[in-house]
Ligand binder design. Sequence first.
Ligand code: ATP
Length: 214
Amino acid sequence: MSGPGPLGVLGGTFDPVHAGHLALAREARQQLELECVILMPAGAPWQRQAEASAQDRLAMVRLAAATEPGLAVDDREIRRAGPTYTIDTVRELRAEWGDERPLWVILGADAFLHLHTWHRWQELLAQTHLAVFCRPGAPLEAEAIPLPLRPACEARRCAPAAAKGAAGSIAFCRMPMLDVSATGIRAALRSGRPAADLLPRPVLDYIETHQLYR
Ligand code: ATP
């Protein structure tokens, strides 16, 4: 490949980061042939309230990424004041990397189904490729796609390998089922059920040391 390789951005609340996020990042890197997947913890997620502080969530993401090749962590959304909008992040990345470098925003299917509620989502589609991965409990039937998203899906849908240029495609990808969510982990931790298989050991140790999710 000539020029800088494609990059992926996996944003999330990561409250806490878990095995499902890491599996998603791994699959995306492999299937989209990404140079690197950047984990981007949201500072003040505007559609929800995080339980752990931004600094704790960031620290856990850093611990998780340290054990995985091809992962990087970017803390710009935590440093940026105000509500976290992905389009602001993408604009900053484009200003740094230029308009030529392929940039994939990586999403689970459940997150994709709310894309039309995101701030300036059409602009996001113009500035990046989108990779949507199906996950447990959220199979993506055509009729499940919200009406406002359908024209964009029809016009931009393509196989991951067929995406051209730096932005503008939507690829629907599959990944092995990994039935884990941050909500489930928080509930397990609160009720004393084992969670060791659901997240990296250093992250679990951090949660215990800092007495999170009690
Ligand atoms: P919560 O349970 O609190 O809603 P979550 O586990 O879905 O959290 P987020 O930080 O909201 O985690 O998710 C970040 C991204 O990771 C989203 O695009 C989401 O779809 C995806 N994701 C979360 N869990 C999984 C999983 N088990 N497999 C694949 N993708 C996942």
